[in-house]
Design a protein around this ligand. Sequence first.
Ligand code: XCC
Length: 630
Amino acid sequence: MSWDVLIPNEEMEAATSRLLETAALVGADSYQARNAAQGTHCKIGEQGLCCRICSMGPCRITPKSPRGVCGCDADGVVGRNYLRFTAGGSATHSDHGRSIAMTLYRSSANGNYNIKDPEKLKRIADEWDIETEDRDIYDIAHEVALRGLEEFGKPFGRLRFLKRAPEARQKIWRDNKLSPRAIDREVSLSLHMTHMGCSSMPEALVHQSLRAGLADGWGGSMIGTEFSDVLFGTPKPVDTTANLGVMEKDMVNIVVHGHDPSLSEMVVYYANDPEMIALAKKNGASGINVCGVCCTSNEVAMRHGIPMAGNFLQQENVVLTGACEAIVVDVQCIFPALGPLSKCFHTKFITTSNVARMPDSDFIEFKESTAAENAKQIVELAVENFKNRKPELIHIPNLVSKATVGYSVEAIYDTLDTVANSHIDEFQTMIPLIDCIRSGVIRGAVAMVGCNNPKVRPDYAHIELMKKLLANDILVIVSGCSAQAAAKAGLMDKEAGKYCGEGLKRVCRLANIPPVLHMGSCVDISRMMILASDIAKDWRIEISDIPLVGCAPEWMSEKAVSIGNYVVATGIDTFLGIDPYTDGSKGIVGLLQGDIEKWVGAKFYVEKDIEKLGDKMIERIEEKRAKIMI
Ligand code: XCC
């Protein structure tokens, strides 16, 4: 099978090798070199068997020393580490959600942040019993924001967004005592439970991992996604480009990196400011080009069509092009290596958040109240830096793919609306998609998410798995760095539809969609939860019966573990290409990859062999089909 609109992995790897030659020339470090210098990873750590929760250790659980000083065994140590891993991810996503809620709270008609989707705001207000009739939109926004902020620390009650799930799923959560209370409470409780002398029972630790994960997916992340849509607009399909070739040789290149759209939205705005463009021209550039890395890239791509320079393991590459005037970061997934690396070039490494302070950076604190002047200062700094380029170091790989991005749940409804011949009941929006799955035209769907990890050949697992699934008529929805892997490879080009199996190919043509649907950033996996819930409601089946699975073949961050927990706890089997440091405990593996299915109707699968991982997903989807088609 030829994949002519696609860029093969080998070509991207060759481009990286060429950039590493520049790194060698300027004496710069790289993640590849640092990874090699790490040598073989510690087996005990890798299996989750190292405990340094108190100062009697660190204790290492081995056949010779099966218990730590306190008497905790392998199940307790691995389980506590797993829960702490989850809590770190849940806290991180949720704190992102909190900061978006703060931005919404401070929005105003004449201020730095306005409401771009008032309809969505009113829908959330209705859902939360907040009066909307005859009220100023900003009064509603402030009350919704406040109500959202209360979700983090309210003393009583469960999370409001849980009600969006089908009643059967809510009952599973209630019956299993999994419905999260306040978001911060679930994170704090996780730290408390794992303190020395608290929980060491595997069931209790895994149970809380699922609940802390749900507090992220149906709490912090969902608040992040929903409020971002209200503030910056709900994504609609938009054409863009992806891969390193989106950087422009003759323009000022500003790379935005991180997660919080409050910063990048403002940078995008000021990069279009005629005054800034004139300044760029005065400095010898033909204009200003903003492009993105990691989830910030997903945020601005799906709202403005801003090009995507790359994903997690490509962040150093953008600097290595020698054509990056500024890499502007907010929070999460930012290599501290960018500081020393940027010093080898003319690049300004601009940090903006007290959450992510890094040496060798220019710190411009970004606040909602001064957002406009902060963003203007950042753009100006980048523009003035153009003249400091070292022409002999410039090399931009000639790699660019076309991509259509921005498939929010609302955009998917609209797309389905255009293809369905029948009139769709407004409460049965998913029927055309369900019909396609039921008839077998589409066999099912996979939600591919997550990062890159040097333990896996970068992007290879994402891309090869996607190709395999598409060829088997399985629709792929993506977010995070998996989305960028797809975009870079060309899988979000509508032309790529021709490589699908016959059924999916027809659907892509009729609906005018690419075969891989971009649903956004990491926090936007909450969109996938809503999509699954809506399908289950319209189909009148349980979420765990939908032929849908999740997959994170190259994940690396704590956030991904938290995501895995809430996806599984929502009833969606999740396939991982990397073990979350649990191998050392039969008890924890037995729960995560076995018994939790009895609680929530789904479980984890861990498989490092990509071919087998793909086969297992297809097999699981077919099993689910067989069950519901009886
Ligand atoms: Fe980070 Fe969100 Fe992972 Fe990418 S995928 S490396 S967490 S940017 Ni969410």
